[in-house]
Design a protein around this ligand. Structure first.
Ligand code: XBP
Ligand code: MG
Length: 230
């Protein structure tokens, strides 16, 4: 069945953003005088914890550091401000195939949505950097991590996106890069295409409709194999 909506994860799916997140975390830690440095190896492990505030809390727990929720929120707010500034200053490219698939959807009046763990501010930073446009100009619906009670792998953010789209899960197709994201989308009842990213390659993607290196050769609207999948 041809989907009536495409729902995209952001981090790792629309673009490889995690190195920018990691740099923003490390800059925020340095500015706060904490002396923490999240290497790629540490970050790979910590990425299993979705959400920046939750990630910092787990890190503090591991080190026996007592930061209050308010202190973690303030540290994370500084990280977000740094991420937004880095996004505006730097060059971040969409992953292959993303722009074309979005254009194909637009041409067919198929809705475009986002279901992300990160904040709306970071989604806006990405759409500004990539398209010079607001999130609302690029997507019909945006559901963000700070709007739901439980982050991925909980299905909440996908359910919120579907509610705002006013569509059942059977009418939409999700795009993810991580096992946590796949679990969230599947639990919401969505068929899900997975394109592993630099930090999620090698994860278990059982339950995905398809696992592809990227979206370059894929169309949810093509005839033949892709049409059978979509
Ligand atoms: C990505 C994440 C996010 C980012 C940081 O998850 O887990 O937490 O790493 O974002 P997904 P914040 O791609 O599965 O949605 O610091 O803004 O929380
Ligand atoms: Mg992701």
């Amino acid at each position: 069945m041809r989907p009536a909506a495409l729902i995209f994860d952001v981090d790792g799916t629309l673009a490889e953003t995690e190195e920018l997140h990691r740099a923003a975390f490390n800059d925020a830690f340095a500015a706060a005088g904490l002396g923490w440095e999240w290497t790629q190896g540490i970050y790979r492990r910590l990425l299993k914890v979705t959400g920046g505030k939750e990630r910092i809390a787990v890190w503090c727990g591991e080190r026996g550091v007592a930061l209050s929720p308010a202190e973690i929120a303030a540290l994370h707010a500084d990280k977000t401000a740094r991420y937004v500034a880095m996004m505006a200053a730097g060059r971040i490219a969409l992953r292959p195939g993303v722009a074309r698939i979005m254009a194909e959807a637009r041409a067919r009046s198929v809705a475009l949505a986002i279901a992300t763990t990160t904040s709306r501010a970071n989604v806006e930073a990405l759409t500004r950097a990539v398209w010079g446009a607001t999130g609302a100009e690029m997507f019909d619906v945006i559901a963000a991590g700070d709007e739901v009670a439980a982050k991925k792998p909980a299905p909440d953010v996908y359910r919120l996106a579907l509610e705002r789209l006013a569509l059942p899960p059977s009418a939409a197709l999700a795009f993810e890069d991580s096992r946590n994201g796949l679990l969230a989308a599947r639990e919401a009842g969505l068929r899900t295409i997975v394109t592993p990213s630099i930090y999620t390659a090698g994860e278990d993607f059982t339950g995905a409709l398809s696992v592809l290196p990227d979206l370059a050769g894929y169309s949810p609207f093509a005839t033949g194999k892709a049409a059978a999948m979509g």
